[in-house]
Design a protein around this ligand. Structure first.
Ligand SMILES: Cc1cc2nc3c(=O)[nH]c(=O)nc-3n(C[C@H](O)[C@H](O)[C@H](O)COP(=O)(O)OP(=O)(O)OC[C@H]3O[C@@H](n4cnc5c(N)ncnc54)[C@H](O)[C@@H]3O)c2cc1C
Length: 361
């Protein structure tokens, strides 16, 4: 089957949904495509695994319950600047396309599922992962970046009696953050009973995990490898290989326009727009692009995207965290600031996107 749309949005993450919401509210003919049938607040998935009763299913919502334009659940297999081909054999012609296919964590698939594509399946996947974690006495987390630090904190809050080890390759957590944030995250996790080991590179070796630097071995009941984000852009290699850089990111200018094309745009984790890869920023970018497309259709001038200031709160459990403030490199651990992410930011993100969260279940 072949269909047509004015604006095709590929990927219903933070960026794609923000653009879809604003364009459809302004009467634009939009088709949103995602391989899942639900939107999910990624930041909250680790809490969902550690303690499902805290957020329930409130971090995800079916697209069909809020998208006003057309939503199609499908995997896009390839596209050029006129047509996208879906895995089911259908194709869609478009006038403009926004590519917002984000990223995945191959070492920790539970963070962003590529297998549980149905809302109910994903809720069950979280419960199954929780069961596995619950039955483990000892836990090894490999990688002390944002994901490893947050997951260690969530597990320590939910299961204070578990033996939790967080191993990191460098000599401080949260590489790239301010020294105070790196120090405080360590203090907070240590206070929760997490053993943090620096300068360690563990890899599976039979029944054990062996460190290639120190030679020590650990045999945890369960291990999570929390390293490496990969952009979801492989589907572009067949027909649009020149738009990808050597890291697989889509090359865009400051108007989010893809290099060499007048009608293709990209944003969020899959694009070169902003080195800071955050869902909140992807949502800001999606709204900015929608605004620019509306203005340009009305013959008005548009502004380039200006690297919005952002406060990054890294949680170290349900009651602590470190906040990197968007000015003067300040870092805070004050409760009233860190508590802005008390529910892992679920309510704020839904509000920003103009979506009513589902009732707790
Ligand atoms: C554990 C964890 C904690 C995090 N904490 C924070 C935080 O506190 N604050 C913050 O702002 N950010 C945080 N992030 C980062 C944030 O999740 C990402 O920056 C964000 O998801 C990027 O949004 P996006 O819209 O670019 O893409 P994504 O959210 O990755 O969405 C992309 C969408 O595209 C779909 N898709 C991909 N390929 C195809 C295809 N070929 N066909 C059809 N559909 C496709 C996917 O199914 C997905 O729905 C965290 C991430 C993780 C994993």
């Amino acid at each position: 089957m072949k269909k047509q749309t004015d604006v095709l949005i590929v990927g219903g993450g933070f960026g794609g949904v923000a653009a879809a919401q604003k364009l459809t509210q302004n009467g634009v003919d939009v088709t949103l495509i995602d391989r899942k049938n639900y939107f999910e607040v990624t930041f909250a998935t680790l809490r969902n695994v550690a303690d499902p009763k805290l957020l329930g299913n409130t971090l995800r919502k079916r697209y069909s319950d809020f998208i006003q334009g057309e939503f199609i659940q499908a995997n896009i297999e390839s596209m050029n600047n006129k047509t996208a081909k879906l895995a089911n054999g259908d194709s869609i012609d478009f006038k403009q396309a926004i590519i917002a296919t984000g990223s995945r964590y191959p070492s920790l698939p539970l963070a962003k599922s590529s297998s549980a594509l149905d809302y109910a399946e994903r809720n069950q996947e979280m419960l199954d992962e929780h069961q596995k974690l619950q039955s483990a006495k000892s836990v090894l987390l490999i990688g002390g970046g944002l994901v490893g630090v947050e997951f260690a904190g969530e597990i320590a809050s939910a299961f204070p009696d578990k033996e939790i080890t967080l191993a990191h390759a460098s000599d401080a957590l949260l590489d790239g953050s301010q020294p105070k944030a790196r120090r405080k995250a360590l203090e907070q996790l240590t206070a929760k009973g997490v053993t943090v080991k620096f300068n360690r590179r563990f890899a599976k070796d039979g029944e054990h995990y062996r460190c290639s630097i120190s030679g020590e071995t650990i045999q945890p009941d369960i291990a999570y490898v929390c390293v490496g984000m990969v952009p979801n852009t492989e589907f572009l290699k067949a027909e649009l290989p020149s738009i990808l850089n050597d890291r697989g990111l889509i090359k865009v200018d400051s108007n989010m326009k893809i290099e060499g094309y007048e009608n293709l745009y990209s944003l969020g984790d899959c694009s070169t727009l902003d080195d800071r890869k955050h869902g909140y920023l992807a949502a800001v970018q999606g709204a900015h692009l929608a605004d620019a497309l509306l203005k340009s259709a009305a013959g008005k001038t548009t502004k380039p995207y200006g690297n919005a200031p952002v406060m990054v709160v890294t949680t170290t459990g349900t009651d602590t965290g470190v906040a990197a403030l968007p000015f003067f490199g300040l870092v805070s651990t004050l409760g009233f600031i860190v508590n802005l992410k008390k529910d892992m930011g679920v309510k704020n993100i839904f509000k920003l996107l103009g979506i009513e969260p589902d009732a707790f279940a």
